[in-house]
Ligand binder design. Structure first.
Ligand SMILES: Cc1ncc(COP(=O)(O)O)c(C=O)c1O
Length: 394
């Protein structure tokens, strides 16, 4: 008998991913359908990549139109959809310049290069990050990723980096000085367990940035493109980063990332000093234009905030009913974490048995990243199943 697809996967691939024991046939809206025909309600949306759900007609149509024109030309050419997407993103966000990459980690790498070049030859040398951060898997991004789970065995890392303890205002004050070149952070940490930067921390960051003039880099790869109900997660605070990196949702499911910069860094990169073969691919950018149209112009971002608020209120009701199991509910919009007093994976597995997909991150945090089109009834179904599982734990 020939190997199953799972056996082949295990035989052929480096063992980097623990795949789910589930083979998906197709997706439609908020649902995924397995090869066996079982339907799954997906509150994970391809790890924050599919805000419009699966098989969205606008995204499909945009992709289809573009592939009949050209799929790839190279960055020697100006390309209509790439320029259109740049214009849409810059006018929605107020940033001045953009560089398209293929992924989040590449956007972080490019941002680090901008930061280094901006401070080149000055006394500014140190790039700070926050503890528990995740910025990607390439060596630069990994050097600014703090969690040992991702770093172990890969040192030596980039020099002149240091970590500030998450939400520790005293540590921030102690580590920021004249030598600080930049500070990169997720205002809402994703992989780290939906940890939200406190308003006191953001306020101190703003005042230190004004005092020392270092570059602030927001990693909006998971929290951006409307997921929190605002275009960027940092808009939940009164602060304006100099550089923003995005990816995931912007490509409508195709690989796409970007670096956005303000006037302070607009002239740092000059011809030939940074580049990419595929970044800004016209098909991915055509899909991105459709995403921007739905999220910004057709009100889906607002909806992410509203439906996310609904999910959060239901999760907090659950917390009241099960205080011995649920420690805290955190996050904004469609980026929520239910932090448990125990490990969460068995709950995730049981939800999958019951036809609902979520994920567990940082051991104890049930992470919800639904598409913004999710309905109240679908949220109720998740809460019903979660309630029934938590009840059985008692
Ligand atoms: C906050 C954050 N930064 C960076 C990355 C890396 O992005 P990519 O996997 O596209 O390289 C991720 C991916 O999960 C992320 O969540």
């Amino acid at each position: 008998m020939s190997d199953t697809i799972f056996e082949k996967e295990s035989k052929y691939f480096f063992h980097t991913f623990h795949r789910l024991p589930l083979e998906i046939d197709r997706g439609e809206g908020v649902y995924l359908y397995s090869k066996e025909g079982k339907r799954y309600l997906d509150f994970f949306s391809g790890l924050a990549v599919n805000p419009l759900g699966y098989n969205h007609p606008s995204v499909n149509e945009a992709i289809e139109k573009q592939i009949h024109r050209y799929i790839h030309l190279s960055n020697y050419y100006v390309q209509e959809k790439t320029v259109e997407l740049a214009e849409r993103i810059l006018s929605a966000t107020g940033y001045q310049r953009i560089f398209f990459s293929n992924s989040g980690t590449e956007a972080v790498e490019g941002a680090l290069k901008i930061v280094r070049k901006w401070g080149h030859g000055s006394k500014r040398t140190t790039i700070l990050n926050l503890t528990n951060s995740f910025h990607g898997r390439t060596m630069g991004a990994l050097s600014l990723t703090e969690r040992p789970k991702y770093r172990d065995g890969y040192d030596p890392f980039l020099p002149n980096t240091n970590s500030v303890t998450f939400n520790d205002v005293g540590d921030l004050r102690a580590k920021v000085n004249e030598q600080t070149l930049g500070l990169i952070l997720e205002f809402i940490q994703g992989e780290g367990g939906i940890n939200v930067v406190s308003s006191e921390f953001a306020l101190e960051l703003k005042s230190l940035k004004e005092k020392y003039g270092f570059l602030l880099i927001a990693d909006e790869i998971q929290s951006g493109i409307g997921r929190t109900g605002k275009f960027f997660g940092f808009e939940q605070y009164d602060i304006r980063p100099d550089i923003v990196v995005i990816a995931k949702a912007i490509g409508g499911g195709l690989p796409l990332g970007a670096i956005l910069g303000n006037e302070k860094v607009a002239e740092v990169l000059t011809y030939g000093t940074h580049g990419t073969t595929f970044g800004g691919n016209p098909v991915a950018c055509a899909a991105g234009c459709a995403v921007m149209e739905e999220i910004v112009n057709k009100g889906l971002m607002k909806r992410a905030g509203v439906i996310g608020g609904y999910i959060k209120s239901k999760a907090m009701e659950l917390q009241k009913q099960f205080p011995a199991v649920i420690k805290e509910v955190r996050g904004f919009g469609c980026m929520l974490g239910i932090d448990l007093h125990r490990e969460g994976q068995s709950i995730v597995d049981e939800l999958m048995n019951r036809g609902v997909l979520i994920n567990c991150t940082n051991v104890t945090v049930l992470r919800l990243l639904p598409p913004y089109i999710v309905t109240e009834q679908q949220c109720d179904q998740l809460m019903f199943e979660l309630h029934s599982i938590l009840k059985s734990l008692k």
